[in-house]
Each structure stands twice: as C-alpha cells, then as structure tokens.
Design a protein around this ligand. Structure first.
Ligand code: FAD
Length: 288
C-alpha cells in the first residue's frame, strides 16, 4: 500500500492554526475518529492536517439562560456528558444523542464540532441540535460569521465551509425547559451509525408545548421537518392529529438503501417513530 504522506501541525494559537489552514490542501482535525478512518481508506489525501486540540480557547464551555450553551470545538462528547450537568438538565435530547455516539472510547475523543464538520447524514448530534435551533460560530483568517446549523449542510459529507474556515464553537439558545427523546435505530445496539435517528423535542412542555422534530439518515443531510411542526402546533394530540403529523414527517424524507438499511424500512420508520416517541413521552394514547 502507498504510504500516507502529509504534514502534521499542532498550533497552540487560533491565529497560527488559521494561517496554516488558509493554504489549499490543509484540513482541521479534532478527535480524528472520522479522519483516521478516511485516511486509512485513502478517501482523504490532505497535504497536511492541523490538530486544533492544543488551542486553549477551543476547550471552553459555558451555559447561562441568557446566552444559552456555548461549546468550544475541542470539547469532547464525554466531557459534555460527564463534566457539564447543564447539558443533561437543559438539553436532554442532545444529551441522549451524544450518549449514543459510538462507545465510551470513541466519545473520549469525538467532538460535536467534528461530528458536524464530517457532515454525515447520520451524525447523531445534529438532529437534536437542529431542534434546539443551534448556531455555529465560524472563523477564518478573513474574520468570523455566525450561521444557523440548519443552513450548514449541503449534501452527504458537504457543507458551506470555505478553505481555511473552521467551526470555532456551537451556540445553543436556551428557550426554556424541554423534554423529548432521541430514538436511534441501528443494526447492532452498540457502536454503529444510525439506520435512522429521530430527535423529538418539546420546548416548554407544561406551557406552550412547542413540538420540534429532526431526523438523521433519511435524506442527503440531517433534516428538521418544519412542515410537521407547523401542522401540530397548538393542536390537541388526538390519534388523528398525531397520525397526520407522522405522515408529514415521512413525506419529507428521501431515504436511500445502503449497508445499514433499505429505503423502504427507513421510510416506514420515519412514520412509526414520531408516533412511538410521542406515545412513550406520555403525550398521547393510541386507541386500539
Ligand atoms: C468506532 C466509531 C464509532 C462511531 N460511532 C458514531 C455514532 O454512533 N454516531 C455518529 O454520529 N458518529 C459516529 N462515529 C463518527 C465520529 O466519531 C463522529 O463523527 C465524531 O463526532 C467526529 O469527531 P472528531 O472530533 O473525532 O472529528 P475528526 O475526525 O477530527 O474530524 C471530522 C471532520 O470534521 C472536520 N473538522 C474537524 N474539526 C473541525 C472544525 N473545528 N471545524 C470544521 N471542521 C472540522 C475534519 O476535517 C473532518 O472532516 C464513529 C466513529 C468511530 C471510529
């Protein structure tokens, strides 16, 4: 096999990193859990990799009800699960989803920024973040911009990042208490990408009860189904309403067949799972 030939950089300041990354062929890395797999398979042939983990400011985490949660790009999933109780308390659906990423060892390295940067339609952290209206702070040598997560992905493995631009942090607004569920179906229980992932979040469950839904592995990118949310908003959750809600979710998917499942199965589950989640959350009862 042809040996891998690329340079490795480990800058300690953001300025230095952005400088190196501005050159064509340079890519950023964090936990490398996706990158190493692609390098070994020769699906990635970078001129150089820029390891961002030594940059102190990318390890920051903060939460306040006014500013929401701000996750630095280099914060690992295990840090979010174990060191920051605010995550579980205020964003329970996101917490459930990152707990379902790989195994403990993977989550010790894997970051949410890497999950987003990899831009797989199966990225588990993304559907819940979509339901929580997450934004991304992007930085490059040219400056910074903030974009909505829903506008970030352009196709499988594709996104709006320009050469030299990286995710600096993930900003998740706090819109009130929430309940919900991330339901992940995969071929095996542990360590597998999703055949389908459904995040259903209810913001302010005892008040305005705003139901939001987003899915992984049913379209070229993770999707949030605003049409279904608009339909169900303010309605009593009768079996008919919930059934129509699930049908609208299903209609908005465009699944494919791959090694993890057939398009027919995914399409069926896109209808079954929203109803199942609402039932398991105790928000409606099915009549038999
Ligand atoms: C055994 C195993 C199991 C897995 N299970 C799951 C799973 O269940 N669910 C799931 O969703 N994923 C899973 N993955 C995939 C992977 O672990 C996740 O996508 C992870 O979150 C990637 O994070 P990372 O920090 O390792 O990213 P890296 O591998 O370092 O980078 C991933 C991509 O993002 C880019 N990137 C890195 N940093 C930035 C940045 N700051 N800004 C912009 N782009 C950046 C890289 O160039 C690369 O394209 C698994 C991987 C393995 C090896």
């Amino acid at each position: 096999m042809i040996p891998l030939d690329f340079s490795y950089f480990r800058p300690t300041t953001l300025e230095e990193a952005l400088d190196i990354l501005s050159e064509e062929g340079m890519i950023p890395i964090l936990g490398s859990t996706d990158v190493v797999v692609k390098l070994r398979a020769r699906r990635l042939k970078p001129k150089g990799v820029v390891d961002l983990k030594a940059i102190e400011e990318l390890h920051s985490f903060s939460f306040s009800k006014e500013e929401g949660m701000v996750i630095g790009a280099a914060v690992t999933m295990n840090e979010l699960i174990e060191d920051h109780p605010e995550v579980k308390e205020n964003y329970p659906v996101f917490y459930q989803a990152i707990k379902k990423v790989g195994a403990y060892q993977t989550r010790n390295r894997a970051t949410v920024a890497g999950n987003i940067g990899n831009s797989s339609p199966a990225a588990d952290s993304v559907p819940p973040l979509l339901t929580y209206n997450a934004k991304l702070k992007l930085v490059s040598k040219e400056g910074e911009r903030t974009v909505e997560l829903k506008d970030f992905f352009t196709g499988p493995g594709k996104n709006i990042l320009k050469q030299g631009e990286i995710i600096h942090s993930i900003i998740v607004p706090y819109e009130g208490p929430s309940i919900g569920m991330y339901y992940k179906l995969s071929r095996i229980k542990a360590v597998d990408l999703s055949t389908i992932g459904v995040a259903l979040t209810v913001i302010d469950p005892d008040g305005k009860r705003d139901i939001r839904i987003a899915l992984a592995s049913v379209a070229p990118t993770p999707i949030r189904v605003f049409e279904a949310e608009d339909f169900i908003r303010g309605k009593e959750l009768t079996p008919e309403v919930v059934d129509e809600f699930a049908k609208i979710v299903q209609k908005n998917t465009s699944p494919i067949t791959d090694t993890r499942g057939t398009k027919e199965y995914r399409y069926e589950m896109a209808y079954v799972l929203p109803k199942k989640i609402l039932r398991e959350l105790g928000l409606y009862e099915e009549v038999s």
